[in-house]
Design a protein around this ligand. Structure first.
Ligand code: ZN
Length: 194
């Protein structure tokens, strides 16, 4: 998510230089996507083993750190701020047609609420950082092994704590089939948890 944001900002910067045209407007969707991929690879390569300060200078690094801290505290990063014109334009382009977040009753928006991190952290805490399926306790999140808050009814818009349960990444990937059965199992578990 964070990586995607960086790419989007970078894309917006480039667009400004191209007299306000986006890559999609210049090259069409397919080519634009390819360019986006190449840029993201370059960005990743450039960032490897470097601190934010080395990459973007002190001021920007501080801003990013502040944003992250506010996010952790549950404050929206855009609170009291305004999007730049080019960002607004990008948003409106991204929301056209079936990419609109409210399309199909908000399906496209699933899980992408800004305070999701805080919600999932609360669920992990409630479950004592333990996967409720295999019983592994994961105190430190890593790329290989991490805990997620799983939506019991598979509706990612239902972020009620009764509908969320901690699962490790291994278990989480195995509950996508036989959904009804898993739903029953987890609902029974929740009777004990809450
Ligand atoms: Zn597990």
């Amino acid at each position: 998510m964070r990586r995607w944001l960086k790419i989007r900002n970078f894309g917006a910067e480039m667009a400004k230089k191209r007299k306000g045209l986006t890559f999609i407007e210049i090259y069409g969707q397919k080519k634009a996507r390819e360019i986006g991929r190449k840029i993201s690879q370059k960005i990743i390569l450039r960032q490897q083993g470097k601190t934010w300060e080395e990459l973007w200078g002190r001021e920007t690094a501080l801003r990013i750190k502040n944003n992250l801290r506010e996010k952790k505290l549950g404050i929206s990063p855009m609170q009291g701020k305004k999007h730049s014109l080019s960002t607004k334009r990008l948003f409106s382009l991204q929301r056209q047609g079936n990419k609109n977040p409210s399309w199909l009753g908000g399906k496209a928006q699933e899980g992408y609420i800004w305070n999701w991190r805080l919600i999932s952290q609360k669920i992990r805490e409630r479950d004592n950082f333990t996967c409720q399926l295999c019983g592994d306790q994961i105190l430190k999140q890593s790329k290989k092994r991490f805990l997620t808050a799983h939506h019991i009814d598979y509706n990612k818009n239902n972020n009620n704590s009764h509908n969320l349960i901690s699962l490790c990444n291994f278990c989480n990937s195995s509950v996508n089939t036989q959904r009804n059965e898993w739903q029953n199992i987890f609902n029974k578990k929740m009777e004990i948890i809450q």
